[in-house]
Design a protein around this ligand. Structure first.
Ligand code: URA
Length: 213
């Protein structure tokens, strides 16, 4: 937990910080960016799922029988905020392959920086699921707040947000509007610039992972 932001967990593990350095570097090419994002997402997911309930099952090892824990039938859903959130989905799904997936399409109006929804598709039973929203960049927080608003309108009660980088402005907004939603990130960066980019950040996450610029 972060001292200024009680809802925020910054994952300080050296492996996360090492990979984040290369994700930030402008010398990292698209292919490596995608791989590093997937690997880092898995470590963030590891932190974000610390509280998943387990139940013991009976198994036989080559030596003895025992009762050993497995994840109990918790229903999960990952919701990607398009398009950059998709770069985090593969990593999440490799760890938790039974999870369902939803997509929310939001783009930032370049003038107002306000989110505009253009797509919304989530599982029908989403209200019964624990939902982890993924978006690499928590910048102004506008998109994340809009996505969480929509999911709560659908009846979702248990929500978390996993992002690669966060700006103080975004974390503060989220803590104000959704104080019940824990946020997991690899770094709390310094600030936003006048275009809404995280500083020092890593640039446009979508462009970096899809090679569109
Ligand atoms: N979205 C990005 O892709 N990068 C930022 O720095 C902020 C928002």
């Amino acid at each position: 937990m972060h001292s200024d932001f009680p809802t925020l967990t910054v994952v300080q593990h050296p492996l996360v910080q090492h990979k984040l350095t290369y994700l930030r570097s402008e010398d990292t090419a698209t292919e490596n960016f995608r791989r590093l994002l997937k690997e880092t997402t898995q470590m963030l997911a590891y932190e974000a799922t610390q509280d998943l309930p387990t139940e013991p099952i009976e198994i036989r090892t080559p030596v003895a029988t025992m009762r050993s824990p497995v994840i109990s039938g918790k229903k999960l859903c990952f919701v990607s905020i398009l398009r950059a959130g998709n770069g985090m989905l593969d990593g999440m799904l490799e760890l938790l392959p039974a999870a369902r997936v939803g997509h929310i399409g939001l783009y930032r109006d370049p003038e107002t920086l306000e989110p505009v929804e253009y797509y919304f598709k989530v599982p029908e039973d989403i209200a019964e699921r624990d939902v982890i929203v993924v978006d690499p960049m928590l910048a102004t927080g506008n998109s994340a707040v809009a996505a969480l608003d929509r999911l709560k309108e659908c009846g979702v009660q248990a929500l978390k947000l996993v992002c690669l980088l966060a700006a103080p402005e975004g974390v503060a907004k989220l803590a104000r509007e959704h104080p019940d939603v824990p946020v997991f990130t690899a770094s709390l960066d310094e600030r936003l610039d006048e275009h809404g980019y995280i500083v020092p950040g890593l640039g446009d996450a979508g462009d970096r992972m899809f090679g569109t610029r």
